[in-house]
Ligand binder design. Structure first.
Ligand code: FAD
Length: 400
């Protein structure tokens, strides 16, 4: 999206644009949620990266080895060196299941699975198809994770799917989270906790999983509590991309990139910008965030190249459909300062916020089309800009 938007604004004389990625498989990651329930196929949610890039953008299918900030150079695995006037880091978050003791031992991909990869989502589909009841534990190991609502959505969809299959009556569903509530934000948490109760899903809070015994089906927390499972669906620990460890001055201790929360310029150098899951920003690691950030970042990269002032234009805006099963979904919309509130999005006549509805579910399904045909090519979505809309929201008095 960033490369395509920059290409539209800069002609070939003004800039060369290079995109580096280790593979040519762009995954529409929100689609991974649907794969285990037979509602999407991996083939449908993966497309070649090259095809998403406008003419005049050079794609390098290669691993980034490191960035040399002093020399303004990106080193690739094959020894090639790309020098830059401006660098945009968009290397996402890396799953680290091996960081949790026992998780990748005997039970991994037999009794303990993740739907956060295409391979894991595909395996879970087979397992859920044959699941004949027992204890299903959904657990996220620790924050931050991509799409913090995705494990909750998984639990809601599992409830629906197992009811459809007639095995819900003999299934205990447990949602175990390191948070002290169902979700990070208080108002949304209340709504989501009520849905867990309604769907008979047990909520276990402040559960910091430290060890998984896949062979015996037990996940243990650091404070000594144990949860037995027949099937564990886990969201592994997340860290930043590995090349950041080899790039002095670019990443923090967790491998995320310290980034200005308004301008998206990194603290590493004025000519280095970052967006998406790669940053250390206090908002969700979500595609919607990446999309809103991209609009602000592109303007600021252009300002930087022109020697003009940057605009502090990103307000932390995030927006997320939450599948709740039975063809319904909630929608939440928030930013750094405003938590998800009831009302409508983007105006009073829009989609209902924090309320289950069929139209939100249809919105979530339709979004994939917009992703491939509007967002990635760099087109604007009418009525949806980077700034969080306030018109339709029931704002507390202090925000009026
Ligand atoms: C199951 C699931 C459900 C989700 N649902 C939603 C949702 O409903 N709504 C929503 O808004 N978001 C959702 N997300 C989150 C969303 O997909 C991510 O936030 C978004 O993709 C982040 O984009 P990004 O460009 O920052 O990172 P990514 O899309 O992860 O891209 C990072 C890229 O960097 C490349 N890379 C990393 N290191 C290197 C290297 N050393 N060399 C070369 N290439 C490298 C990777 O190959 C990758 O292509 C979901 C995510 C998951 C996993």
């Amino acid at each position: 999206m960033v490369a395509n938007r920059l290409r539209r604004r800069l002609d070939a004389e003004q800039a060369e644009i290079h995109v580096v990625d280790r593979d040519d498989r762009h995954v529409y990651q929100p689609g991974l949620l649907f794969v285990p329930f037979g509602l999407a196929d991996v083939d449908e949610i993966v497309r070649p990266r090259r095809r998403q890039l406008h003419r005049g953008i050079t794609f390098h299918e290669n691993e980034v080895d490191s960035v040399d900030l002093d020399r303004d150079e990106v080193r690739l695995d094959d020894g090639a060196v790309l020098s830059y006037d401006a660098l945009i880091v968009a290397t996402g978050a890396r799953l680290q299941p091996e960081e949790t003791e026992g998780l990748t031992d005997a039970g991994w991909n037999r009794r303990a699975f993740t739907f956060y990869t295409p391979e894991g989502a595909d395996l879970l589909r087979e397992v859920l198809r044959d699941f004949d009841g027992g204890r299903l534990v959904v657990n996220l190991i620790d924050m931050p994770i991509k799409c913090p609502v995705a494990p909750l959505e998984f639990a809601f969809l599992a409830d629906w799917y197992l009811r459809e299959r007639g095995v819900r009556g003999r299934t205990e569903l447990v949602y175990a989270t390191p948070l002290d509530a169902a979700f990070t934000k208080p108002v949304a948490s209340e709504h989501l906790a009520a849905l867990l109760v309604e769907k008979d899903i047990e909520l276990v809070t402040e559960f910091n999983a430290g060890e998984v015994d896949g062979a015996n089906g037990v996940v243990a927390s650091y404070d000594g509590r144990e949860l037995a499972f027949d099937l564990l669906v886990t969201v592994p620990l997340h860290g930043g991309a590995a090349f950041l460890d080899r790039s002095p001055g670019l990443g923090d201790a967790l491998g995320f990139v310290p980034t200005d929360r308004r301008t998206l310029q990194t603290s590493a150098r004025p000519n280095v910008f970052a967006l998406g899951d790669a940053t250390d920003l206090p908002t969700s690691k979500a595609g919607s965030v990446t999309h809103f950030e991209a609009e602000v970042l592109v303007a600021n990269v252009l300002s930087h190249l022109a020697g003009a002032e940057l605009t502090p234009g990103y307000d932390g805006h995030a927006n997320c459909f939450i599948e709740t099963g039975f063809h319904k979904a909630l929608l939440i919309d928030f930013n750094y300062d405003t938590e998800p509130l009831p009302g409508h999005f983007p105006t009073v006549f829009g989609l209902p916020l924090l309320r289950e509805s069929r139209v939100n579910h249809l919105g979530k399904l339709a979004f994939q089309w917009l992703y491939w045909h509007a967002l990635l090519p760099g087109r604007a979505l009418p009525g949806v800009g980077p700034e969080m809309p306030r018109h339709g929201k029931r704002m507390p008095a202090t925000h009026a």
